[in-house]
Design a protein around this ligand. Sequence first.
Ligand code: DX5
Ligand code: ZN
Length: 226
Amino acid sequence: MFTESCGIVTLPPLLAPSLLAGDHAHLADSVRLAEDAGVTWLHLDIMDGHFVPNLSFGPQVVAALRPLSRLFFDTHLMLSEPHRYVEAFAKAGSDSISIHIEPEYDHCGTLKHIRDLGCKCGLVLNPGTPATAVEGFLSEVDLILVMTVQPGFGGQPFRAEMLEKLRLLSRWRNERGLRFRLEVDGGIDLETGLQCRQAGADTFVAGTSFFAAEDRDAFARTVAAW
Ligand code: DX5
Ligand code: ZN
């Protein structure tokens, strides 16, 4: 499954449009736009107004969208107490659930709970959190999500200093023979995404840039060719 790309060993690229940048009065239409562009993943941003200073949507919305789409629901929980909600999102139809490393809770137990619920599990790092914070969990997760903006809002500029963190995580993955996906989220477009690809990322969340793109099919094809 691992291939050589841009001089590094990595997984095939995946684009995950973020529904946060979709049309919230017609979310089903936005899901369809993503599906029609030929992607296989959809990124769902869940915010609690506490861990991040914004609110988005909850498991009821995810459950309502589930029967409308076959996309892989990549669920990013920006919650102070994610362990209290993983079951609700699994039941709602999430395929993958990612939880932040920063809040205090039983990270290991929650990752196991997510897996026991039949979902893939991921850990997320804010820009200020060093890669070492997740180093001990790398063999326990299907995905590491490196935030390339401070989470809470779409449309923020990409933070290029995160490339170093990606290079380090990518190196650890290769050296240790691990298989987790390395995902980036925040300010990703065809230029910043390619920089992340060259630093070892394989999974690209794009909100504003994807939904505002004139030709979303071409956007998806470009990422698939990285
Ligand atoms: C940020 C969210 C992102 C956001 C990305 O808090 O986690 O997924 O939707 O949006 P863009 O691509 O617009 O930066
Ligand atoms: Zn996100």
